[in-house]
Design a protein around this ligand. Sequence first.
Ligand code: SAM
Length: 810
Amino acid sequence: MSLYQKLQKASSEEDVKDAYIKALGLKEVQKNLIDIQTKEIWFEAKQNAKLSSYAMFTQLMHYVQDALNKGHYVPPFLCVIDTQKAAIMKSEDVIPFLEKKTIKWGKSASSYTQEALDAISAHIGTHFVSFKIETHEEEFINTVKNAIKKGDIIRTPITPDNLKQVFDKWVAMIGQEIEGIKDEEYALLFFADIMHDGTVSTHDNLPAELMHKDGAPVFVLNGKVYKLGNTEGYRQFWAIYHKPPKAEYRNYLLERRDSLIPIDERSFKGAYYTPLNVVDKAYDKLAETLGNNWQKSYIVWDMCCGVGNLEVKHSNPRNIYMSTLDDADVDVMKATKTCVAATRFQYDYLNDDIDDFGNIDYSLTNKIPQGLSQAIAEGKKILILINPPYGETGSGIGKGDKNKKEVEQTKINALMKTQELGYASKELFVQFLVRIAKEIPTATIAMFSKMKYVNAPNFEKFRVEWNSKYLGGFVVHSKAFDGLKGDFPIGFLVWQTNQKKKTSIAEISVDVIDKKAKPIGAKIFYNLPNNIFLNIWIDKPNTNDELALPLSNATTISNNPRLKKSCDGMVGFFYASNNDLQHAGQETLISSSIFTGGNGGGLYITPENLWQVAIVYSVRRLIKQTWLNDRDQFLIPTEPLTEEFKNDCLIWMLFNGSNLTASANDLEWNDKKWSIVNHFIPFTEEEVGANDRFESDFMVRYLANLTPVRVSNPDRGNKPSWASPEAKAVLAEGKKLWQAYFANTDVRAVREELKLNRADVGWYQVRNALKKRNESGDYQPVSFKPFEEAYKTLSEKLQPMVYELGFLRV
Ligand SMILES: C[S@@+](CC[C@H](N)C(=O)[O-])C[C@H]1O[C@@H](n2cnc3c(N)ncnc32)[C@H](O)[C@@H]1O
């Protein structure tokens, strides 16, 4: 529990004292008239937060005065603490004043006079450092510990590690006091503030400037002066932190401006900075694909350079053009002297210089440097080295309609719409590729981006239009990039484009790099036609005219179902959403009536398609989703499927955790009571000791009619069986659990929750009822371990076959 949490629970002054003693690790503590006394510090403590730090210090000074008068020891530090705040000061800053003995004290420390309060307040106001424990607990503890250890009040340095926290606190204590400033401008003023030692700035030409007017700090941005409403927060903040940061960190901190941009703004602009260890790998890949001389032989243009991370490792900056959306980023590059010899300029690549017909006309803005336009016109070798913003309309980038519209409304997006590039026109980084193709049709492109332009079905139209030869590349874990949510591969792919020559992308072989930029292997990404995807393998049975009971779990009715029709002769429903691994793990299940709890998709299970359902269900759930494979598409198998494989998949599905087939009576929906019948019990009533008849024996009959696959031990007279030894083991252990279910009756609450009002319960109901019995401790425990081991053996047998039979490509 944090100090702050403890303080909120404190019910006496003793609790408050003890919480601080523990958090500060105080040694040789005495508690007398002075609340806490150590050799180094005296503390005045309060049980609530009603008194100001000034009043508490006035009380503590009473004891200091007393000690001074008597010639007793006074420690080097004085501290006041309560449940919300704390403040510390050096005794030496007050002793000379107290020695004058000019203050009229009250009778006791707590009955201080107004005169004493005024006099002490006037004197100590600039000497103590105060902390709000809720937000500055760590800083307070470090300051006190340092004071004890080093004999001084040392302010917290600003480093790359605490930059974001310090910034957030700066916004709360200072930024919000600045009148008329926008949220996205805080970072600029913050840097102006921290890069200033009180007299001069560490950098010339930062976008904003700190100045002092009438003794108070003011900020200047774009020629306008911004004042603080109240300067107390400013004083308190800079009593805690030290500025400027150490020289070695300064440029690095400035370059991390991206991490301080408000999150909406940041994801909208795609301001995610490429870490330098990943940039290193990109340079290795460029040397590998373009030759060791690439820095000399190519003119580089990064048209979304941010603060220039991708170019800082380039040793020939005269060959580089760097442009980006934000003026402030260009200013930061200038102030940090990033790639000084490069040509750096502000340019909105998706809007600038594009006329109403989608043509590029540099005279519209005149921002493109002459050297660059000439190189383009002369067809010189140009390398586009970029990490463009990623973000699709409607995929949660930014928030609200405003951002959505802005993504939609770039001029390149308008052009893409006229070219009917479909879904891809929503993606910002593809918009960059489209303009590049038009402007520099034979450019070499080295780009960081998501992989969807290479393999996602939605980007097929774009791929048909975009002609490019793949030269080499790698994928890196998204977590290598600060601030990106989710786990997915980010590609750095090098392309030789040639829009005059038809080239299609078939497969892309890449190196794989982990979160720490360490190489961990290789992978192939495929661009495959939609007509070989597994989601079209099973023919959908026709529906009938009857309404189907819509489920959102085994026996739970959907809250807000769209009305759906049922299907003649159906034995269940197979829910399977998108055809990739990312969706398969979460969005694959079977149920006893239509499942409408997901994003749609799925089909009715009939006796005819059950074998295929079992296979698609199994392959979708057998392979674990990882950051690297999650966009891989399932494919129609390319190899013949054995009876053994088919039957194994059926048993694997029947005993899988997402088999939600069940039975229940009295489900109320649409002004009527409904029953669901479970057709998926692989055992007879006798085999499991059921207490009543099962309405359907479909699965028992279905299994009995399966084609025998092998004779496990013919010498012993064993007959051919449809089940492999691995499937048999699962069935045998599963049967024991089913028997255990019928050996007892559940309590009413469990019966109601799991709708155990019929004998033909499903695997979902059996499993969960047994688990609840085990948890209750009222029944003899039933072990799942033998079942789990048998199931694992079957899973391990099937997993490699998913690849061997062509359902997924390695
Ligand atoms: C993913 S960041 C990469 C920054 C830097 N190149 C790096 O790798 O660290 C993308 C950059 O593109 C900029 N950007 C966004 N939209 C742009 C546009 N329309 N034109 C130019 N730059 C843009 C953002 O401001 C951001 O700095």
